[in-house]
Design a protein around this ligand. Structure first.
Ligand code: SF4
Length: 213
């Protein structure tokens, strides 16, 4: 399942500021690797466990800490974050010990599956909100952080409630200084006029987002 030794996380992409992956301004981490195979998945490039880049937990934390004055939290999505439970538990434990940033976790596992996974409690101990369940294209919803209406919300702290989710935009389109475009959110628009689909890609100090060829 792509599990590492816990000192590093295999990451597909990192977005320093997003407004569509949870309440307020948030850093967003796309974890690499997912074997759940939802038809219509927006992020097939995150599926291979060999893709992305292995990133040291402390390096990831340092990057988040540098952003902390401009964000209210961190969102973990993918790919399947719970495929790397040891590393994720370590990252979130250190994050919560050092900051008051909130944590939103998106997982393709149902809530029943999440709670049955070995090691999931260590992750959930430092998560404020979980969005759980496969993306089911026939049940598309695209609001309140849910891509489809079978997905369930689990408020694990008093940090957020349902009202906080209604203000979250369903999509955002960001353009980098070099013309890179990233589309993010539970209801991303099709950019057919651009001739290709566009998605998050890459991990780098100056190139968090790139056009997908
Ligand atoms: S769980 Fe998420 S990343 Fe995995 S296939 Fe389903 S929608 Fe795609």
């Amino acid at each position: 399942m792509g599990e590492t030794d816990g000192s590093s996380l295999r990451v597909h992409a990192f977005l320093p500021i997003s407004h569509t992956n949870g309440p307020g301004a948030r850093a967003a981490i796309w974890v690499q690797g997912c074997s759940l195979g939802c038809p219509g998945c927006f992020n097939p490039e995150t599926h291979s466990p060999a893709g992305g880049q292995s990133v040291d937990i402390e390096a990831l934390l340092a990057r988040i800490m540098a952003l902390r004055d401009g964000i209210e939290g961190v969102s973990i999505t993918g790919g399947e974050p719970l495929g790397q439970r040891g590393a994720l538990a370590e990252l979130l434990s250190r994050l919560k010990a050092r900051t008051d940033l909130s944590v939103v976790l998106f997982t393709g596992f149902s809530w029943a599956e999440v709670t049955a996974l070995d090691g999931s409690a260590g992750v959930l101990a430092n998560v404020d909100l979980v969005v759980a369940g496969r993306y089911v294209v026939a049940r598309r919803l695209a609001r309140d952080l849910r891509g489809s209406d079978n997905q369930t919300l689990h408020f694990l702290s008093d940090r957020y409630g349902a009202d906080d989710l209604r203000a979250v935009p369903m999509a955002e389109v960001l353009v980098g200084l070099g013309g890179e475009i990233v589309v993010s959110g539970v209801g991303p628009p099709r950019l057919d006029g651009l001739g290709e689909s566009w998605a998050l890609s890459g991990w780098g100090e100056s190139n968090e987002v790139r056009r997908r060829a």
